[in-house]
Design a protein around this ligand. Structure first.
Ligand code: ATP
Ligand code: MG
Length: 289
């Protein structure tokens, strides 16, 4: 009897010891992130544009990380790759005035027309004709002194018209870029209109969302996109949420996020590398600044 007990005792001890060891190993053992390589921006943008088919995209990161800039780089390359098909862009530009110079520069570089209301009107200058531009930056607010409520009413009306027309269109592929999704959802209450396209598996007209504060946006922005870009974020609870997107191992995502590099730029912003994740084949890489 005594022997049998002794054996059990030994067995259970070694069992516990085994478990404890495995636990310790798990903690010591960092997840393997060697498959997540750094790509130069040029290489990444080229690869992305070559492979891109109409699919949703989401970029998440605090202000001044370089989201809008990367968006325009990708759009330029994607449109160039589909020049024959005449793909277009509608870029919804909200109310933040100090960003105006960026929009003007991008409009010029990317050959977009800045318009105040939807649909785009006629214009006599040939370079502004519909077939001669890559798309539109819809910027309903001018320099008029309006109250916040008046501004929101105008934005909601013009953005809403554009979102709905593009959603129902079966003509040339049009990418709608929502540059501040939190504003569109929370202030403008356009969440429902913007969620409709995201709930379509294979969209004809994709939606690209830029998000500063993840907690305020519809979960479809996280569930639906084929392409996700995560920029450096200091908030641990945000990182926890982003790691659960289901695109990769959360521990890998967290470790890669912790290693992303930051860079100060002349305008006072702190841009960062970002983690790119593709849902269909779980490909991940780091996009350099
Ligand atoms: N790769 C880069 N190299 C140099 N400067 C950059 C780069 N990317 C962005 N910038 C500059 O950094 C600043 C912030 O970039 P951007 O406006 O794209 O950030 P953002 O994440 O969209 O910010 P916000 O959320 O406030 O709109 C801009 O002045 C931009 O010109
Ligand atoms: Mg931006």
């Amino acid at each position: 009897m005594a022997d049998r007990f002794a054996f059990k005792e030994k067995e259970s001890r070694s069992g516990r010891a085994g478990l404890r060891l495995a636990g310790d190993d798990g903690r010591k053992d960092e997840p393997d992130t060697s498959h997540v390589q750094v790509m130069s921006r040029e290489d990444f943008v080229r690869m992305f544009a070559e492979e891109y088919t109409p699919s949703h995209l989401t970029m998440i990161g605090p202000t001044q990380r370089g989201k809008t800039t990367l968006c325009f780089h990708l759009l330029g390359a994607v449109l160039a790759a589909h020049k024959q098909d005449h793909w277009r862009v509608v870029f919804l530009h909200g109310k933040i005035k100090r960003r105006d110079h960026v929009m003007k520069d991008e409009a010029k570089a990317g050959n977009y027309r800045i318009i105040k209301s939807w649909p785009p009107g006629f214009t006599l200058r040939p370079k502004h004709w519909k077939r001669n531009v890559n798309g539109y930056i819809l910027r309903p607010l001018g320099n008029d002194k309006l109250t916040a409520l008046e501004e929101e009413k105008i934005l909601k009306q013009e953005f809403g018209k554009s979102i709905r027309t593009v959603y129902h269109s079966t003509r040339n592929v049009t990418i709608t870029v929502v540059d501040e999704r939190a504003q569109a959802d929370k202030d403008l209450k356009l969440g429902k209109d913007l969620d409709a396209p995201l709930q379509r598996g294979l969209p004809h007209n994709p939606e690209w969302n830029n998000i500063q504060r993840g907690a305020w946006c519809s979960y479809h922005c996280y569930d639906a996109p084929e392409h996700i870009f995560l920029f450096v974020d200091d908030d641990d609870s945000n990182i926890d949420r982003y790691a659960e997107f289901g695109v990769g191992d959360p521990r890998v995502i967290k470790r890669v996020m912790a290693g992303l590099k930051l860079k100060k730029v002349e305008t006072g912003g702190t841009i960062s590398q970002c983690l790119y994740m593709r849902r269909s084949d779980r490909f991940m890489c780091i996009v350099d600044t």
